[in-house]
Structures are given as structure tokens and as C-alpha cells.
Design a binder for this molecule. Structure first.
Ligand code: NAD
Length: 262
């Protein structure tokens, strides 16, 4: 299979680093013209330069997708896309009894409302042009709610619900809406978290990572963190023309943690 996305414009939210950058690189490698997004102009420009260094077609738009005004500014700078990857997301372990209302709202705004607002802005054009792809980067934590991050799990389940609902609106068209569910993945954000764990426990980073999977995700069949490229591969497929029969699906790239068949 040869995935060719030349002529297609892609927006990947939260793509200056981590899984988002890997997705942007993967889609650009398949010929798409990629728009990088992050909050700060400097980081966005650095990511665009890094991507262009691989021969990719890329541009950047700095905007905070967790706010209505940030999404509005992004959409006025980029009125149309063929492929929207709702990747921007935050995670932070916090005890349920300590987390205030403001944090619940913040997690919902960043992880859920960003994708809701951008889908509302871009999906109509996709339906009119009779082709488009929307992919929500959810998580295995949307099915397997982590007790240390119930607020995060809630947002990741909500994304699955929004994605499935939007897919229902695509009946009979060439537009698809799917979710991808990564498991523990060694992105920049997670690397910082694992480095902190290693420091706290007096371990090497590799030992802390292996220990995390054994302790917190014992059902993992992969028994290690995935790489960001392993997640990006699934997303590039879901965004491809070749994935035309995959719609409304929750596609797992989580190393088999969730012990169910479907
Ligand atoms: P990361 O922290 O490494 O990178 C996140 C990116 O999003 C950064 O570029 C950051 O600047 C950007 N970002 C954050 N808030 C933003 C905002 N308001 N507006 C614009 N950009 C913003 O994260 P990651 O680990 O690569 O995670 C990416 C996605 O994958 C998230 O939705 C996360 O929930 C999901 N996920 C990650 C893992 C994992 O283990 N890494 C597992 C499952 C799901």
C-alpha cells in the first residue's frame, strides 16, 4: 500500500512536540501539506523548521486551541483543511479528592472542546467537498480509567463519544471520523513525567519506564512504552484515502492493555 496524501492540507493541533509532531512528520512524509500548531510562536517556528529540514511542506500557526478565541484565530488563518487531527491534550495525575472544579473545566476545554470547536469549523467544508478525515487522539485511559487521573479519563471517553457522534453525520459521504487510542507512549510530555519518577525513586529512566508499565499497566502485552512513531503510523493510515471503509471506529494502538476483543 502506498499512502499518497499529496494535495491534501492537514492541521495537527498540539504538534510542536510529542505524538503530534510525529503525526505531522508522518503525514508530511506521505506528501500532505502540514500545518503545525502550538501555543507559542517560537516553538511553532522551530517545529516547522525541523519538519522542513526533512523535505516536508509545512507552515505553522500559533494558537491556544483550549479557548474559543484561540480556535477562532486559527480558523481565520486557515479556513479549510482536508484532514484535521485533534491531538492537543494535557495529562496530570491528581487525587480525585484534591482536584478542584477549575481543573475539571481546564481538562475539558483543552482535551474535548478544542476538537469540538475545530470539527464544527472544518467538517461542513469536508462534507461539501465530499472528502475529509477527522481523527481524535483519545487514549486507552478513555476505556481503562486511571484512578490517579479520573479527570483525564473522563475527557478521553468524551472524545470517543464526540468522534462516534460526528461519524454518524457522514453517512454516504467520503468523510470519516475516527479515534485513535494510544497507550503509554514516550512523548516529550511523558518523558518529563518518567524522569521525575526516576529521580524520586533513585532509578534510571529506563528502569522507571519499565517499572511504570509493570505496576500501572500490568495487562500490557507490549510491556513497554510505545514510541511516538508507532502511534503516528496508525493515525497516518486512518487519515489516508486507503482507510475509506473505516469510519466511527475507536482504533487501538495501546499495546493490548485493554483486555477485550472488540
Ligand atoms: P506532549 O505534552 O508531549 O505534547 C503535547 C503538545 O500539545 C505540545 O506540543 C503542547 O505544546 C501542545 N499543547 C498543549 N496544550 C495546548 C493548547 N491549549 N493549544 C495548543 N497546543 C497545545 O503530549 P503527548 O504525550 O504527545 O500527547 C498528545 C496527545 O496524545 C494528547 O491528547 C494525549 O492525551 C494523547 N495520549 C498520550 C499518551 C502518552 O502516553 N503520551 C497516551 C495516550 C494518549
Amino acid at each position: 500500500m502506498n499512502i499518497d496524501l499529496s494535495g491534501k492540507t492537514v492541521l495537527v493541533t498540539g504538534s510542536t512536540a510529542g505524538i503530534g509532531y510525529a503525526i505531522a512528520k508522518g503525514l508530511a512524509g506521505s506528501g500532505a501539506s502540514v500545518v503545525i500548531n502550538g501555543r507559542g510562536q517560537d516553538k511553532v517556528e522551530a517545529a516547522v523548521r525541523k519538519l522542513e529540514g526533512t523535505g516536508a511542506k509545512a507552515r505553522g500557526i500559533a494558537a491556544d486551541v483550549s479557548t474559543a478565541s484561540g480556535c477562532k484565530a486559527l480558523v481565520s488563518a486557515l479556513p479549510e483543511v482536508d484532514i484535521l487531527i485533534n491531538n492537543a491534550g494535557i495529562f496530570e495525575p491528581k487525587d480525585f479528592f484534591d482536584i478542584p472544579d477549575e481543573d475539571w473545566t481546564r481538562f475539558f476545554e483543552v482535551n474535548v472542546m478544542s476538537g469540538v470547536r475545530l470539527s464544527r469549523a472544518y467538517m461542513k467544508g469536508m462534507l461539501e467537498r465530499n472528502w475529509g478525515r477527522i481523527v481524535f487522539i483519545s487514549s486507552e485511559s478513555g476505556l481503562n480509567i486511571p484512578v490517579e487521573m479520573i479527570h483525564y479519563g473522563m475527557t478521553k471517553t468524551a472524545q470517543l463519544s464526540v468522534a462516534r457522534g460526528l461519524a454518524q453525520l457522514t453517512r454516504g459521504t467520503g468523510v470519516t471520523v475516527n479515534s485513535v487510542l494510544p497507550g503509554p507512549t514516550m512523548s516529550e510530555g511523558v518523558e518529563t513525567f518518567v524522569k521525575d519518577l526516576a529521580r524520586q525513586n533513585g532509578q534510571s529512566v529506563d528502569a522507571a519506564a519499565a517499572n511504570f508499565v509493570r505496576q500501572h499497566r500490568p495487562s500490557s502485552l507490549l510491556q513497554r512504552f510505545a514510541s511516538v512513531d508507532e502511534i503516528a503510523n496508525m493515525v497516518v493510515y486512518a487519515a489516508s484515502k486507503e482507510a475509506s471503509a473505516t469510519n466511527g471506529a475507536a482504533l487501538r494502538a495501546e499495546g493490548g492493555i485493554v483486555n477485550t476483543i472488540a
